[in-house]
Design a protein around this ligand. Structure first.
Ligand SMILES: Nc1ncnc2c1ncn2[C@@H]1O[C@H](COP(=O)(O)OP(=O)(O)OP(=O)(O)O)[C@@H](O)[C@H]1O
Ligand SMILES: Cc1ncsc1CCO
Ligand SMILES: [Mg+2]
Length: 281
């Protein structure tokens, strides 16, 4: 059922505006091309609104935010909102410094977001619960496990309702939730945490999928889950290709190749998830 969301991306080829960090910007542009979308990176306030206006969706990633780009994020976000374009926020490092946490809080309160995609420590920090974001990585003590899965479903669902968005938490087990339903996704490879940017790439991919979903009037929640399964299956396929002398650099390339070569059928058959619908409140 999720394969159609990849088809939607390839058929609509959405142009995605990314205000993102200078660590992984090239990977984000390439993963958008690999899935069938088109990237444009632009973060100067003099053109942020104009670029947003010619695109279909916007990614805001605060990985290397600064006082100039924060202004651009708000300008582009408000323009996207005015035009009805989906916006995905990646609150990189929220919890690691007051600037990151306050900026993410401001973006969440001022912009209508299609999804907030972060690791568990970033999302916890923004929810107000105690968390120790480990730089830009999740803290091991925040990990989602089979034993605490239901607590995290409830946590994500409440936050989705409060922020009126899809909450998309990555990790060994990913959680993608709106206020009515939640996916727990088990695709992926531990090698994904050995490269920088697998999360940033996932956020850019998510923007492509939600933008295509908006254009085709399909489900936002399922589009986010499809982006997560695409990334996870790509991680598995990339790990399967690793030779004895391959390391993290090859893995990064194989990951892009795997998204480029992903088929709708593969997404349908290899996606590993549990879908929960809430009946109470
Ligand atoms: N141990 C793991 N096993 C399987 N998949 C994983 C594992 N760790 C991360 N992933 C996958 O890697 C991708 C990125 O998730 P992660 O939580 O590492 O993002 P992140 O911390 O924001 O990364 P970054 O900030 O470095 O870009 C997701 O698709 C996630 O499912
Ligand atoms: C390492 C790093 N530092 C700021 S952004 C970034 C990329 C991963 O989020
Ligand atoms: Mg991240």
């Amino acid at each position: 059922m999720l394969g159609r969301y990849l088809k939607n991306v390839r058929e609509t080829a959405p142009l995605i505006h990314n205000i993102t960090n200078y660590v992984t910007v090239n990977d984000c542009a390439n993963i958008l091309l690999a899935c069938g979308a088109l990237p444009v990176m632009a973060d100067d306030q003099a053109e942020a609104e104009a670029i947003t206006a010619i695109c279909g969706g916007l990614t805001i990633n605060i990985g290397t935010l600064n006082s100039r780009t924060i202004v651009s994020m708000l300008l582009a976000g408000k323009k996207a909102a005015q035009l009805g374009h989906p916006i995905v926020l990646d609150p990189v490092g929220a919890g690691a410094s007051p600037l990151r946490t306050h900026t993410a809080d401001e973006l969440i309160s001022q912009l209508p977001l299609a999804a907030v995609r972060g690791n568990i420590s970033e999302i916890k920090a923004l929810s107000g619960s105690s968390s120790l974001t480990h730089g830009v990585d999740a803290n091991a003590s925040d990990k989602v496990t089979d034993d605490n899965l239901w607590q995290h479903f409830t946590f994500a669902r409440k936050l989705a309702k409060a922020w009126n968005t899809v909450i998309a938490i990555s990790g060994e087990t990913d959680i993608v939730a709106d206020e009515n339903k939640a996916f727990a996704i088990k695709n992926g490879s531990a090698l994904m945490s050995k490269i920088t940017g697998s999360g940033c790439m996932l956020s850019a991919l998510t923007t492509a999928y939600v933008t295509a979903a908006k254009k085709t009037e399909t489900s936002m929640l399922e589009a986010v889950a499809a982006a997560f399964c695409t990334m996870g299956i790509a991680g598995e396929n990339a790990a399967d290709r690793m030779g004895s002398l391959d390391g993290s650099a090859s893995f990064r390339n194989y990951l892009l190749d795997a998204v480029f070569n992903m088929t709708e059928e593969e997404l349908d058959t290899k996606a590993k998830y549990e879908l929960v619908s809430y009946t109470d409140d």
